[in-house]
Design a protein around this ligand. Structure first.
Ligand SMILES: [Zn+2]
Ligand SMILES: [Zn+2]
Length: 344
């Protein structure tokens, strides 16, 4: 099969590799139809995260058709249109048994090679997937849209950890792909204010089309004043931080109200500086959010029914053979690309 292999950092080659063979009776072979490039793939591409050690076939956001099923696969057959969790969870550890599959003790992520394991991903014509992490695509959802189920699930999980009550005012810091998906999902949840905080002008404009009532540049000196004015000096009940660096996290802490919650879903920088006094004395709850835990069925349903539109977040679809070109563009932050979907 053809696969996009990262043979060295920042070097992708579209090459022939052996098609994977079913070895576990509970796995299926999926013919990948759409494979989206995640920010974490782009950050891993230069070696800085140590989570994409070459050689590796990256990628974990995909959809496809089942080509072959293992002998013990019960609920799926050849020809089923599917997507799947980015987390390969074990199903037997104490976290999995409580349904917290994103926290699985034996968690592996598709398309990741780190010091602990190597798991090839989906930038290829075929991938082996365990039945327990598969989801059938509802009617009305095409493969390219379905490849967005994973990031939509990440956004939905972040909201699920601190969902706004009716009428609560909220903000999203960072209007990249995950931030925009959070905005889209938040809009029907609260009748309160939805504010986007984003340094890039084009992304602020985009945020306004994704459900934000206001989009501010956090570098503006009067941004706190503006939000104070809009909220009668109360500030915001919940803030979702979708970048993961010192400056945007500080913005999130500045705009959240006393006793409010900041959900941390971005993690670009492994370490950040936190204003401890502000957090403690204003009694701010800092809530980490990791991956997806049970949100797939809901986001697939929302997407298939047109209640969550993702088409406007897909900047480009391109053949797998153009992988290097599009990774370079994303890496160099050219053209303000949101999501690029490769078609193996
Ligand atoms: Zn992802
Ligand atoms: Zn587990």
């Amino acid at each position: 099969m053809k696969a996009l292999v990262m043979t060295a950092y920042k070097n992708l080659e579209c090459m022939d590799v052996p098609t994977p063979k079913i070895t576990s009776p509970t796995e299926v072979l999926v013919r990948i139809k759409a494979a989206a490039i995640c920010g974490s793939d782009v950050h891993g591409f230069d070696g800085s995260t140590l989570r994409r050690q070459p050689p590796i076939i990256m990628g974990h956001e995909a959809s496809g058709v089942i080509e072959e099923v293992g002998s013990l696969v019960k609920n799926f057959t050849k020809g089923d249109r599917v997507t799947f969790d980015s987390t390969i969870w074990c199903g037997t550890c104490s976290f999995c048994q409580q349904g917290k599959v994103n926290l699985c003790n034996n968690r592996k992520v598709l398309g990741v090679s780190c010091d602990e394991y190597k798991q090839d991903g989906i930038f290829a014509e075929y991938a082996l997937i365990e039945e327990r992490i598969l989801y059938k695509l509802p009617q009305g959802l095409d493969f390219i849209q379905a490849a967005m189920a994973e990031p939509a699930g990440v956004a939905a999980h972040a909201i699920s950890l601190a969902p706004p009550l009716l009428g609560e005012d909220v903000a999203v810091v960072g209007a990249g792909l995950i931030g925009l998906l959070i905005l889209k999902l938040l809009r029907p949840v609260t009748s309160g204010l939805v504010i986007a905080l984003e340094t890039d002008e084009a992304r602020r404009a985009k945020a306004l089309t994704c459900g934000a009532d206001y989009a501010f540049d956090p570098r503006d000196t009067d941004v706190l004043e503006k939000i104070a004015e809009l909220t009668d000096k109360a500030m915001l009940d919940k803030v979702y931080e979708a970048v993961g660096a010192t400056s945007p996290i500080n913005t999130a802490i500045d705009v959240v109200k006393k006793g409010g919650t900041v959900v941390l879903v971005g993690n670009v920088s492994p370490k950040v500086e936190l204003p401890l006094q502000k957090i403690v004395t204003r009694q701010i709850r800092m809530q980490g959010s990791c991956a997806i835990s049970g949100e797939y069925p809901a986001v697939l349903k929302l997407m298939a029914s047109g209640k969550l539109v993702v088409d406007d977040l897909i900047s480009k679809t391109a053949p797998l053979s153009e992988g290097q070109f599009w990774f370079d563009k994303l890496y160099n932050r050219e053209d303000n690309l949101l999501k690029v979907v490769l078609l193996p």
